[in-house]
Design a protein around this ligand. Sequence first.
Ligand SMILES: Nc1ncnc2c1ncn2[C@@H]1O[C@H](COP(=O)(O)OP(=O)(O)OP(=O)(O)O)[C@@H](O)[C@H]1O
Length: 301
Amino acid sequence: MSIIVIKELTKDYGDHKGIFNLSFSVKEGEVFGYLGPNGAGKTTTIRHLMGFLTPDKGTSSILGMDCRTHSAEIMKQLGYLPGEIAFFDGMTGMEFLKFMGEMRELKDTTYRDKLIEQFQLDTSGRIRKMSKGMKQKLGIVSAFMHNPRVLILDEPTSGLDPLMQKTFAELILAEKAKGKTILMSSHSFDEIERTCDRVGIIRRGDLVAAEDIHILKEQRRKTYLVTFDATSSAEEFAKLKCFDDITVNGQRAKVSILGNVSSFVHALSNFTVLDLDTENSSLEDIFMQYYGDSQETSKSL
Ligand SMILES: Nc1ncnc2c1ncn2[C@@H]1O[C@H](COP(=O)(O)OP(=O)(O)OP(=O)(O)O)[C@@H](O)[C@H]1O
């Protein structure tokens, strides 16, 4: 059963800005990563789902209800983390959570308190004095504390340090295990690959892909920077056929592999390796790798 459904959604801001004929859906219990570079249209899509914007064309619905006309009913079952958090600056963190809890008629605060502890959030200070990361943690607690069935999270890890990013990933996996349906946007493939089942890639307002994460991972090219003990070792290694591409520069080799790395790792074990590093593909690399620069590859689900 599809919980979030977007059909031919269009918001044209002019000058090729906005979103164009977007169609995709998120099934019950699925974690959907909504990936795209700055200005791609992620927030615009999410703002339609929240009922904040009227589309030029198309529709969006959550739990079978139209996002524009039924936003009040949808909100009762929704947790939302905005990209830019505008809180009531004069309140303390706890006053804000209590205020939001009252709006949602939250009686049992056990889960709220567990989240506060999990994210090591000090709720006693005034929001205006909080750092970006602290505000983000407050936003996360507020989005999840009432145990909503559906979560929409706009760049949830922005401002979080690596430890808190890990805590956040654990939270998503725990919520997924409870059967929650989650859509979250991000700039970074690496960030969402641990938690998402499926990924939609948006570029210049067009959905260029919506794929199972395992398929994307298998197709993804990985680059390894290997330092051998000698130039001769690097040259000898380059003669093997356990990679797609290699560039040798003295003792160093840049090795590119598509998919399974096991034969590369196996071959490497016969050499003396002084250093091994990985180079992550940028989002743009991933786009180019999968789809080139063609817009004809666009497809919808
Ligand atoms: N109200 C508006 N009027 C005109 N242009 C807008 C408006 N809102 C957004 N845009 C433009 O639409 C495009 C998509 O913006 P959007 O905020 O949806 O991107 P995004 O993918 O969320 O980017 P980011 O990762 O930077 O948050 C951008 O070029 C943006 O400048």
